[in-house]
Design a protein around this ligand. Structure first.
Ligand SMILES: *Cc1c(COP(=O)(O)O)cnc(C)c1O
Length: 306
């Protein structure tokens, strides 16, 4: 079996409306792969990962899923919504992040999702509380922050094939670089693993760091990409060239920056809605020239449902 067939043979929960559209946005000097409407209950990049994660949890006979994030976590909300849809319970352990209107609204949605929520405040306290929460909630399926497990990253291996189909169909040129926010690494790792398998061997993955709560480096993303490759029998296959761009995060995860603010306004004027935590910072890096020469593709990982 070739890699795509290997992928197709793994269990998958169909949550998404795929393929998501691509379009050129000349005002931003880039093409956009727009995942904002990727799935009906909550869009963005998380449902792509959850297709593989929830199927894996079900196959392991798990009735509930425990995962982690900040107070405004898109990942936690998406996990809660899609788990519930499939009859599974969700438990969230959440750490602090700067509270603004968006974070408050997210917390309300999380409250309404039926998830059981533990506010653990910091990563060390989450680690400390973990054994108690795990036993207390009946040994759930444990999913790392952002859904960035090797299984979750398969969503972006699949997305690389989807993009290659769109390039083949003439919808966009083969990108020299793909720019995205780096929040937990699954998006970047999945694309790094998938692009060469999909025939886009020269496309660079440019991941813009926006999270300082967990360790995210070239090495950690490469390791995750290799573990995903392994799941589809591609141990040691080449990865796409990967660059981690720093300098656009500001004071930390969830802290606003003036550069992101300006990028959000510029994108809005061009009809593209971005957020201050992830995509605004990634667009700021793109606008500052971090992607280099050649056709640039911006991966819009933000959900339109808010
Ligand atoms: C989670 C998230 C990201 C980061 O993706 P990772 O795969 O976790 O690196 C980017 N943008 C948005 C809007 C997100 O919610």
């Amino acid at each position: 079996m070739n890699p795509r067939e290997r992928l197709a043979a793994l269990p998958r929960a169909r949550l998404c409306d795929l393929p998501t559209p691509v379009r050129e946005v000349p005002a931003l000097g880039a093409w956009v792969k727009d995942d904002s409407h990727s799935a009906p209950l909550w869009g963005g990049n998380k449902p792509r990962k959850l297709e593989w994660i929830l199927a894996d949890a079900e196959q392991r006979g798990k009735r509930s899923i425990l995962t982690f994030g900040g107070l405004g976590t898109n990942h936690g909300l998406a996990t809660a919504l899609y788990a519930r849809e499939r009859g599974m319970a969700c438990v969230l352990a959440l750490v602090d992040q700067p509270r603004d209107a968006h974070v408050e609204a997210q917390l309300e949605r999380i409250g309404a999702s039926g998830a059981r929520v533990y506010i653990t405040r910091s990563v060390p306290r989450t680690a400390f509380a973990f054994p108690w929460i795990y036993l207390r909630t009946g040994r759930p399926y444990v999913l790392p922050t952002g859904g960035s497990s090797p299984v979750g990253a398969l969503g972006f291996v699949e997305a690389a094939f989807e993009l290659a189909d769109q390039v083949d169909a003439g919808e966009l040129p083969a990108p020299a670089a793909i720019v995205m926010a780096l929040g937990s690494g699954g998006t970047a790792a999945g694309l790094a693993a998938g692009l060469p398998l999909a025939g886009l061997a020269n496309t660079r993955v440019v991941a813009v760091l926006v999270n300082d709560k967990i360790k995210l480096t070239h090495a950690t993303i490469t390791k995750l990409a290799r573990r995903s490759q392994k799941l589809i029998g591609q141990d040691g296959a080449p990865l796409a060239p990967l660059e981690v761009v720093t300098g656009f995060m500001g004071a930390g995860y969830g802290h606003a920056t003036p550069e992101a603010g300006a990028a959000i306004e510029e994108a809005a004027a061009a009809g593209l809605e971005l957020d201050p935590v992830y995509t605004g910072k990634a667009m700021a890096a793109l606008r500052a020239g971090s992607a280099g020469d050649g056709p640039v593709l911006f991966w819009n990982t933000q959900s339109a449902q808010e």
